[in-house]
Design a protein around this ligand. Sequence first.
Ligand code: TYD
Ligand code: MG
Length: 461
Amino acid sequence: KAKVKTAYFCSNCGYEAPKWLGKCPSCQQWNTFAEEVIEKTTKSRFASGDAVAAGSSFRKTAQKAVTLKDIQVQQEKRFDAQDTELNRVLGGGIVPGSLVLIGGEPGIGKSTLMLQVALKLIALKVLYVSGEESAQQIKMRADRLHNKNNNLFVLTETDLDKVFNQVKEIQPEVLVIDSIQTLGSSLIDSAPGSISQVKDCTGELMRFAKETNTPTFIIGHINKDGNIAGPKVLEHMVDTVLQFEGDRHLSYRILRTIKNRFGSTSELGIYEMRNDGLREVNNPSEVLISQREEELSGVAIGATLEGNRPLLIETQALASPSTYGTPQRATTGFDNKRLQMLIAVLEKRGGYRLSMRDVFLNIAGGVKVQDPALDLAVAASMVSSFEEIAIPPHICFAAEIGLGGEIRAVTHVESRIAEAEKMGFSTIYVSKFGLKGIDFKKYGIQIRAFGKLEDIFQDLF
Ligand code: TYD
Ligand code: MG
């Protein structure tokens, strides 16, 4: 009887080696190799017709080299995903034959999103394969989502070969796999979710997508380190990687493009998780600014940019007298070190005695912001709380602050100004640098440009 075939895989990047290694030559991590049983056949599991006996089934004829000028570029046709946010992150719709990976932590809403999209694609034949839930559970979820689509095919299966049998029978125009970690092929001996299985199944699905020109979505769970569970190699194999993220206790979800062979990677989609599914949030600034009746101190609005998308975000600060020797600093959604730095600048350059205060900072809506343009709003909210003077609600900010208290220019200042104007703000504070070539008269919003922090606060308070 033949010996069982095994190989060693790096659990970080999926690198395959015939023997155990201490350090991965691909990702340089130590102690990441684990042995897995494999039983590889060279045959492709997805064979269209009987043209294929062995080897990869696509590319039936040998390719000839051609000059660049002889290559015809066809404008690739895209399907409308019937979802503006998904269309946006995909770069303008679903590309035929593309393999799209949707990653996210368990419970974030990946299944909900894909089922919802599958239901909305009413004009297409969609096959939704689930290894996670029973058909009844999927039906119940679909009922909650209100979108009626009686033509959606549902298959609960974890064996890839059986999935492909059904695919051949149904011939779907769109395929959804939920999730790649539950899928396994009987031709490989290791358990579903292991690196060799995940890698191999993804390879087969890629072949299927390209050969039949069927757009295929695969859902993948992300582990605690934020990697698509196990192999990073998955990310290299697929055309597009989307990441679904957000705080499970809050309702906003962000769908971010990590990689895209067919479009930009700085796109962002925003959803709200409701009882009846995910609602597209086409105007995010509206939801990230809380509604209030009276003016509060400690609140400032920053005009930030997430990807290419301008977003007006509310920051709230509370600077209260400290009861202990060491004052506390706590933030949600903003970098703690950055906060410490801003506090030090305010103390040194503005004379605000924040070292005697506990400072709490909160970014509304549970979003995490890395854009340095939020600096000025954060500083303004702290000073507003310190002075107990509310900032009028029609004012917003977009500038970075340097260690010397200088107000620095930020990228794409014009799209921030335009968004602020669109959202009904009457005044925006920006850096006086980097405004060359901007036609102020074009805007209905007042642009107040400064070079120093002190001058802004003199103007404001
Ligand atoms: P799910 O799509 O199952 O997450 P994932 O596939 O990423 O693991 O979504 C899980 C959460 O979403 C669950 O806690 C319930 C919630 N949810 C809603 O709030 N509204 C809904 O309409 C649905 C279907 C789910
Ligand atoms: Mg799920």
